[in-house]
Design a protein around this ligand. Structure first.
Ligand code: ADP
Ligand code: MG
Length: 588
C-alpha cells in the first residue's frame, strides 16, 4: 500500500531552506564572509556587481578544502564545524548549520576554486541551480574563491522582490561592516563594480573603527569590564556622535553581530541626559559570555540570540557605559559653564575642553552647579551595582532620567502585569502597554524588525481597499511589512513585522486596513497616525497571553522609555499606580 506522503527531492528542500537563509544578496555575502573567517583567513576580499544581484565573489587565504570537501560542502547539513548536538553549546565558529552553501547553490550559479595546504593542485566546481555541472583540477593558491552569479535567476518570484541596486548595496555594506568590526585582526577589502570602496588593514578594534567610520580618536571612549558572567570591551561614541537614526550601533556577542533592543536600551540609558532627546549613540561593543550561556540557534540568519542572565547583563552594561563616560568625560571650565544653556547640555563647548586627568567622577563636586551638570554628576556618581547570581535588580532609565528599579513582576489573569517599581505597585494593562510601545516606536521612526516569509502570500482586496492600500503602501511597509501590488486586484505579502510573524499575515493585513478605516472615521486623526494605531493594536500582545518574567520586564522597560506612558494616544489608562497614599486610603 502506498501513502500520499513523499520525501521532497533534495533540490526542492534546498530551495525551501534558501527561503530562510538567503533573503537577499547581503545574506549571501554574510554567509561567504563568515565561512572565510571560520577558515581562519587573514585577508578576505569581497567583490560585488549590481547590488550583488548579478555577481558576488569572496576570495580568502584561509584553510581551503581538499577535493573531497570541495564537493561535499555543497550538500545540505554538510559541515566541518559541529559533529553532535552538544557541540552547539560550545561553538567557536560562526557557521554550524551546514546549510548556507547548499541553499545558495540552489538559487544561483556558483563557481568555486579552492585548495588546501596539503594538496598540490586545487579544485574547481561549477553548480547551476543546485546541479553540479563541472568538477576539475585547477591551479590555485591556498584558500577559497567563491563566485555567486545571478541570484534567484531560477526563482523569478523572489528575484522580483529584490530592491534597487543602491538599497541592496547598502545592505551588503552593512554586513561587511559588521564582520569587519567583529574581526579586526583580519584584513578586508571591498570592491563594488571593480572600484575599491574599502581597504581595511589587519589591526585592533580601535584602528578598525577609526578607519571604517573616518572618526577621530577623541570621539571614542573606551569600555572595558570583566565580571564572572560576562566581559565587555569596545568603544562608545562621544555624545556628539549621536544621531537621530540607529545606524551605527554594533553589539558583537562571541564574535557574532547581534540585534538586541533590550541591550541597546541599556547602553542608551547609560548615557542618561548626555544624549539629546530621540538621538541614538554610536557604539561598537564586544560582549563575551560563556558559549553555554548564549543560544544562537534561533534563526538561520542568527542576528537574534538568546542570552542567559539577560537582566544582569542589562544592569551591568548600563553601569559600564556610565562609568566609562564618567572616567573619560571632560570637566568644563567655569567660563564654559557660564555659557551653558540652562535647558540643554552644550556639547560643542565641551569638545574644546582638555581632559582633566585628576578628575574623579566619583568624588563629590566641590561647588554646586545646577542644571545639566548636576544631572551629569548624578550619572557619573551612580555606583556600579554588584552583580550577583541571586538577587535580580533591574534598572531602567525613563525619559525623565530618574533611575527606576523594577524589582518584581507578576502576571494577573494573563492580562495585567503587576510590577514593584521604586516601592510602588504598578498595575499595567499589557495589551495597551505594548500597543503604546509599538505606536511610539513607529512614530519615532525606530528600526522595525521584519521577517521574510518562506512562501509569499497573496491577498485579494476589494477595489476600495486596494486603492487605500496603494495610497498607504509605503507607510504600511515602513511598519515592517514587505508588500507590493500583485496583478489587478491583489497584493503579495513577502514579509511581516516580526511581532506578527506567527500570525496569518493576510488576515492581519486585512484587519489593519479595517481598523485603519474605522480610526480615520471615528478619531479624526491623520492617515499616518490612524494606520500606526491600527497596526500597533494588531501587533501588540493580547489580553489573555501568558508572559514570562523576562517578557514582562522588557515590556515595562520599553514602556518606560516612551515619552509619555501612563495613557494611550486615545486617552485610555495604561498604568494604575498603587503608591503609599492610595494604599493608606484603602484602609482608612
Ligand atoms: P557551515 O558554515 O554552517 O558549516 P556552510 O554551508 O556555510 O555551512 O559551509 C559548509 C562547509 O564548507 C563548512 O563547514 C566548511 O567546512 C566548508 N567551507 C565553506 N566555506 C569555506 C571556506 N571559505 N574555506 C574553507 N572551507 C569552507
Ligand atoms: Mg557557513
Amino acid at each position: 500500500m502506498s501513502g500520499v506522503i513523499q520525501l521532497l527531492p533534495e533540490s526542492t528542500a534546498n530551495q525551501i531552506a534558501a527561503g530562510e537563509v538567503v533573503q537577499r544578496p547581503a545574506s549571501v555575502v554574510k554567509e561567504l564572509l563568515e565561512n572565510a573567517v571560520d577558515a581562519n583567513a587573514s585577508l578576505i576580499k569581497l567583490y560585488i556587481k549590481n547590488g550583488g544581484c548579478t555577481h558576488i565573489q569572496v576570495d580568502d587565504n584561509g584553510s581551503g578544502m581538499n577535493t573531497f570537501d570541495a564537493r561535499m560542502c555543497w550538500e545540505r547539513h554538510a559541515t566541518s564545524k559541529i559533529k553532535k548536538a552538544d557541540d552547539l553549546y560550545n561553538l567557536s565558529t560562526l557557521g554550524f548549520r551546514g546549510e548556507a552553501l547548499a541553499s545558495i547553490a540552489s538559487v544561483s550559479q556558483v563557481e568555486m576554486r579552492t585548495k588546501s595546504l596539503e594538496e598540490t593542485v586545487g579544485t574547481r566546481i561549477v553548480i547551476n541551480a543546485g546541479t553540479v555541472e563541472t568538477q576539475e583540477s585547477v591551479a590555485h593558491t591556498e584558500g577559497t574563491s567563491i563566485t555567486v552569479k545571478n541570484l534567484f535567476y531560477n526563482i523569478p518570484a523572489r528575484k522580483n522582490f529584490l530592491k534597487s541596486i543602491s538599497v541592496e548595496t547598502k545592505h551588503i555594506f552593512e554586513e561587511f561592516q559588521r564582520i569587519a568590526l567583529a574581526y579586526p585582526k583580519v584584513g578586508f577589502e571591498f570592491y563594488n563594480q571593480d572600484k575599491n570602496l574599502s581597504k581595511l588593514k589587519s589591526g585592533n578594534l580601535k584602528l578598525r573603527i577609526l578607519e571604517l567610520f573616518k572618526l577621530k580618536e577623541d570621539e571614542l571612549i573606551e569600555v572595558q569590564e570583566d565580571t564572572e558572567i560576562v566581559s565587555f570591551s569596545g568603544f562608545i561614541g562621544s555624545p556628539k556622535l549621536a544621531k537621530r537614526t540607529r545606524g551605527n550601533q554594533f553589539l558583537i556577542a562571541n564574535g557574532r553581530f547581534i540585534k538586541d533592543h533590550y541591550l541597546s536600551h541599556a547602553i542608551s540609558s547609560g548615557y542618561g541626559s548626555l544624549l539629546e532627546d530621540k538621538t541614538h549613540p554610536f557604539y561598537v561593543l564586544i560582549l563575551n559570555v560563556d558559549p553555554a550561556k548564549i543560544d544562537v540557534n534561533i534563526h538561520p540568519t542568527k542576528h537574534e540570540v538568546k542570552l542567559e542572565d539577560g537582566r544582569h547583563i542589562y544592569t551591568l552594561l548600563q553601569s559600564v557605559v556610565r562609568k566609562s563616560l564618567g572616567t573619560h568625560f571632560v570637566v568644563p571650565t567655569a567660563k564654559q559653564l557660564s555659557n551653558l544653556n540652562q535647558s540643554k547640555p552644550n556639547y560643542s563647548s565641551l569638545n574644546t575642553t582638555k581632559p582633566d586627568s585628576r578628575y574623579n567622577p566619583f568624588d563629590k563636586p566641590k561647588e554646586r552647579i545646577r542644571s545639566e551638570w548636576e544631572k551629569l554628576d548624578e550619572i557619573l556618581q551612580a555606583p556600579i551595582p554588584k552583580v550577583t547570581q541571586q538577587k535580580e535588580i533591574f534598572t531602567a532609565s525613563s525619559i525623565t532620567d530618574s533611575i527606576i528599579d523594577i524589582e518584581e513582576v507578576l502576571q494577573l489573569e494573563n492580562s495585567y502585569v503587576l510590577a514593584k517599581i521604586n516601592q510602588e505597585l504598578w498595575l499595567i494593562h499589557q495589551h495597551r502597554a505594548h500597543a503604546h510601545v509599538l505606536n511610539y516606536r513607529y512614530t519615532t521612526n525606530q528600526q522595525i524588525a521584519s521577517q521574510q516569509l518562506l512562501f509569499p502570500r497573496t491577498v485579494e482586496l476589494a477595489k476600495a481597499d486596494l486603492s487605500l492600500y496603494i495610497e498607504m503602501r509605503d507607510e504600511i511597509n515602513a511598519l515592517g511589512f514587505d508588500t507590493s501590488e500583485f496583478g489587478k486586484d491583489a497584493i503579495i505579502i513577502n514579509g511581516l513585522p516580526s511581532e506578527l510573524s506567527k500570525t496569518d499575515g493576510a488576515e492581519v493585513l486585512q484587519q489593519i486596513l479595517e481598523d485603519f478605516k474605522e480610526n480615520l472615521q471615528q478619531l479624526k486623526i491623520d492617515k499616518q497616525d490612524a494606520l500606526r494605531r491600527a497596526a500597533a493594536k494588531r501587533a501588540a500582545i493580547k489580553a489573555g497571553e501568558t508572559l514570562t518574567n523576562q517578557e514582562m520586564t522588557k515590556l515595562v522597560t520599553d514602556l518606560l522609555s516612551c515619552e509619555a506612558y501612563t495613557h494611550t494616544a486615545s486617552g485610555h489608562t495604561i498604568i494604575v499606580k498603587l503608591d503609599k497614599e492610595s494604599l493608606e486610603r484603602f484602609f482608612q
